[in-house]
Ligand binder design. Structure first.
Ligand code: PGA
Length: 254
């Protein structure tokens, strides 16, 4: 299983800024990127074209999208469909990021629709899951993760899901806060996610990559990437600068 080092640029960067950061990252990593990992860049829609150009003939790099609406086309003002993303060179998309769940009000059912529609259209999907601090403190961690995973994945019959689906465990209280979950908390949550995946997806659950997200930085990547069942990271703030994302992308277990 390849390690997946993904940078979600959220609502940051104009197209020229995004293109420059992507080009700089390609320049820094060059041919140094080990074969056992991929780097995913997830810019805003308006910068997809610029980043796609910067990644032309950059082996190991993948272009991703932050969101889409689960329909082929139609009267969905303000939305973007998977075919438009594929047309821009995207091969992957996020669904269920905590900001979409908690700021934009997306529920498990809508996230599930996106995961299934995106996979059907040929996109690789990163399903983001995670608990709020209040849910964790009231002992609901496993219930929340179970509901998020099972709504999106139960009954999925697609083949080769291990190369088409990734899960990102991102405790909501660790996103953009500088608070990193403790290694034992990450290990416990990832072990639970792995157990759920093997039940929900008997053919592929053992090999679906599980990423950790939430205040990942160059100075904690070595510890995080060494934890059992951590198969990559989803980075926000520290992925905005090429130098810092390059250090994360090259991070090895301590
Ligand atoms: P952060 O964001 O690295 O800034 O905490 C992570 C994310 O939103 O995926």
């Amino acid at each position: 299983m390849k390690l997946c080092m993904a940078a979600n640029w959220k609502m940051h960067k104009t197209q020229s800024q995004a293109g420059e950061t992507a080009a700089e990252l390609v320049r820094i990593l060059g041919s140094n990127l080990p074969q056992d990992r991929e780097v995913v860049l997830i810019p805003p829609f308006t910068a997809l074209h610029a980043v796609s150009q910067a990644l032309t003939s950059a082996p190991g790099f993948v272009l991703g999208a932050q969101n889409f609406y689960p329909a082929d086309q139609g009267a969905f003002t303000g939305e973007i469909g998977p075919d438009m993303l594929l047309d821009h060179g995207c091969s992957l998309a996020l669904a269920g990021h905590s900001e979409r769940r908690h700021v934009l009000g997306e529920d498990n059912e809508f996230v599930a629709q996106k995961v299934r529609f995106g996979l059907d259209k040929g996109l690789r999907m990163i399903l983001c899951i995670g608990e709020t601090l209040q849910q964790r403190d009231s002992g609901q961690l496993e219930t929340v993760l179970h509901d998020q995973l099972s709504t999106a994945l139960s009954g999925l019959q697609l083949s080769n899901l291990e190369s088409r689906l990734l899960i990102a465990y991102e405790p909501v209280w660790a996103i953009g806060t500088g608070k990193v979950a403790q290694p034992e908390d990450i290990a416990q949550a990832h072990a639970y996610v792995r157990k759920e995946l093997t039940t929900l997806l008997p053919q592929s659950g053992q090999s679906v990559p599980i990423l950790y997200g939430g205040s990942v930085k160059p100075d904690n990547i070595a510890q995080i990437i060494g934890i059992d069942n951590v198969n990559g990271v989803l980075v926000g703030g520290a992925g905005l600068e090429a130098e810092s994302m390059a250090q994360i992308a090259m991070g090895t277990a301590q």
